[in-house]
Write a protein that binds this ligand. Structure first.
Ligand code: SAH
Length: 227
């Protein structure tokens, strides 16, 4: 899967994208508790600098969130790694729904793992740019311009659901689209800080919930922009 990523020829040999810079990020993630080699490997491979504006490309391999326009951000690599590792904990999911496409980076990480990805974004402008990035990298990602709080019922249930925007409570419509045996990861809390919650639905439909880490996400909002 990963080898199918099309890296741009111009990137090769450029300092900001060099293997050494990426390896440094991987070491940092490792020292901050990320130990899933599948996740570390895919973060090493997917070119994060192609998911931010050129002005921020120099900082793409720092472990920090960066602006992506429209008042939104690409998540910090540690958060992407932690959420992805949580989704993979009970085995590789076949189909995952993401709410909040943003730059498309988290969706690209999942697609590069060989997962069938469905992603929903409310801001048309961001979604168009993300789609161009998926195409440029040869990644197959299904996407929709919609309010993600309703999920994607026609395609559910999903083995994994990842919400990359913060809400004061879990969204029932999304938990309902989680398959038995599936995992949902979502930031839940106030506007200024949230808990990264991980829900696992067992074969009987019972839900077990864990709190993975304190995080800060942009808010999950209603309605569409640029329909
Ligand atoms: N996963 C993204 C992170 C983007 S930030 C990445 O890897 O870059 C969160 C995104 O969620 C923003 O783009 C925001 O517009 C989007 N969002 C917020 N509320 C939403 C909703 N109700 N439905 C769909 N997308 C939403």
């Amino acid at each position: 899967m990963i080898s199918r990523l099309r890296l741009q020829a111009a990137d090769v040999g450029m300092g900001m994208t060099s293997q050494r810079v990426r390896d440094r990020l991987i070491e940092r993630l490792r020292s901050n508790g990320i130990d899933d080699e599948r996740v570390l490997n895919v973060i090493r491979t997917v070119p994060r600098h192609q998911f931010v504006d050129e002005a921020f490309a120099m900082r793409a391999y720092e472990d920090t969130a960066l602006p992506i326009g429209n008042g939104q951000t690409i998540s910090q690599p540690w958060v992407v790694a932690r959420m992805t590792a949580a989704l993979l904990e009970t085995g590789m999911p076949k189909r995952v729904l993401e709410i909040g496409t943003g730059s498309g980076y988290q969706a690209a990480i999942l697609a590069a793992l060989g997962i069938e990805v469905f992603t929903v974004e409310r801001i048309g402008d961001l979604l168009r740019t993300a789609r161009k990035r998926f195409r440029a990298l040869g990644l197959h990602v299904r996407s929709k311009h919609d309010d993600g709080r309703i999920g994607w019922a026609d395609e559910g249930p999903f083995d994994g659901i990842i919400v990359t925007a913060a809400a004061p409570a879990l969204v029932d419509a999304l938990s309902a689209q989680l398959a038995s045996g599936g995992t949902l990861v979502a930031p839940v809390g106030s506007a200024s800080e949230q808990s990264l919650l991980c829900l696992h639905k067992d074969a009987d439909g019972h839900i077990e919930q864990r709190d993975l880490a304190p995080v800060v996400f942009v808010p999950l909002l209603s309605g569409l922009v640029d329909a």
